[in-house]
Design a protein around this ligand. Structure first.
Ligand code: ADP
Length: 355
């Protein structure tokens, strides 16, 4: 039995019984091999012994001589080399029966080899993914310290009594950009953390009414000057889900935050409904809405409907990607119903906390 090693383009002897073959390895370039490959089934030495005009007679006879075989079975997987089984059969009558057996064995071996190499590739890929997550995690952590320093510096400058209007404007701009950068870094970090927590998500009873009430309180200052009214279910109406509390807070911060951000007038309304084992949540607004052909893209990382440099609304394009990952991790679903200029309604499902 020879197994093919693609990097070196060589067939290496793995096992032999009886008389050992002369060669421990066979070069993948040997011309008879491409003929074997094209046959895809058993090839007998006798074909060449009996046919003196066969094109491949010479290389075939050399091959059978070197491998001490009378029968060769090429092992292929999806047309690619896996190996060669060479057999010396003394009894001609047994040859065809044996070739059937070899075929079965060859197929099984090809499957096993493919499985092995896929498993190996998967292992390498998950190692690379782990290194990537680790790198992002380290880099983002390292960036947090200087950014905090820059923000601290802005506070000191802003407190300076002799700052003229232009200077103050410049410091405020640095402060705003630094905060945006900090938010982007926080979001990248939380994306990586959510992905790495997939197998060890700690869940508890989370009261959605209280959570949404608390989150919406953070946005009243933004809503009031615009005249946007924020409707949330009463905090006394107890609706509980089985979820990770920190992640639920991130979900509602993002969705309510977006609804408020993209609404210049009118309302933002949060609603809950229990259907069997699921809580259906809706976050509706009377804002700018989303084009139908863009709706499938907004849950992608870094996607923004208005991604231009002159865009009116700040943001990172990561919020909805994070939200979707969290909801999916909890076994739920999230989708949007909207029309450009006619508001948006985000809907999601979360598992109810069993009573
Ligand atoms: P961002 O930080 O840009 O808000 P998100 O991932 O939260 O990123 O949202 C992606 C994009 O989806 C936004 O840039 C915006 O174009 C659109 N979007 C999200 N929520 C709303 C909404 N409530 N109304 C209109 N557009 C929205």
């Amino acid at each position: 039995l020879y197994l093919y090693e693609s990097k070196a383009n060589v067939f290496v002897l793995k096992k032999s019984f009886g008389t050992s073959p002369d060669r421990l390895s066979i070069s993948g370039d040997y011309e008879f091999l491409s003929y074997l490959k094209s046959r895809e089934g058993p090839v007998f030495r006798d074909e060449f012994v009996k046919n003196a005009t066969h094109d491949m007679r010479q290389p075939a006879l050399i091959y059978f001589q070197n491998t001490h075989a009378s029968l060769c079975y090429p092992i292929l997987s999806e047309g690619e080399w896996c190996g060669l089984i060479n057999l010396d059969v003394f009894d001609d009558k047994e040859e065809s029966k044996l070739s059937i057996l070899l075929g079965l064995y060859g197929d099984a071996l090809a499957r096993w080899l493919t499985y092995q190499s896929t498993a190996e590739q998967n292992r390498k890929l998950s190692e690379v993914a782990h290194v990537k997550d680790q790198l992002i995690s380290n880099v983002t952590h390292e960036l947090q310290t200087p950014l905090n320093g820059a923000l601290g510096g802005c506070d000191v400058l802003l407190a300076h009594p002799n700052l003229d209007t232009d200077q103050k404007q410049s410091v405020l701009m640095i402060q705003k950009s630094t905060r945006e950068l900090q938010r982007t870094i926080d979001q990248i970090l939380s994306l990586v953390q959510i992905e790495s927590k997939q197998t060890q998500l700690s869940r508890e009873k989370v009261d959605l009414s209280t959570l949404v009430y608390e989150v919406s309180a953070l946005y009243t200052d933004v809503c009031q000057p615009k005249g946007v009214v924020l409707h949330v279910p009463s905090a006394s109406e107890s609706i509980s889900v089985y979820a990770n509390a920190d992640q639920m807070r991130a979900v509602f911060m993002n969705l309510i935050g977006n609804a408020v951000k993209y609404t210049e007038a009118g309302f933002v309304r949060v609603g809950f409904e229990k259907v069997a084992d699921w809580i259906y949540v809706s976050i509706a607004d009377s804002g700018i809405g989303i084009d139908e052909d863009k709706q499938h893209l907004i849950f992608e990382e870094f996607y923004q409907v208005d991604g231009s440099h002159t865009r009116v609304y700040g943001g990172t394009g990561l919020g909805l990607a994070i939200v979707k990952k969290i909801i999916t991790l909890h076994g739920g679903k999230i989708w949007v119903e909207s029309q450009k200029g006619a508001g948006a309604q985000f809907k999601l499902t979360l598992p109810v906390y069993p009573v």
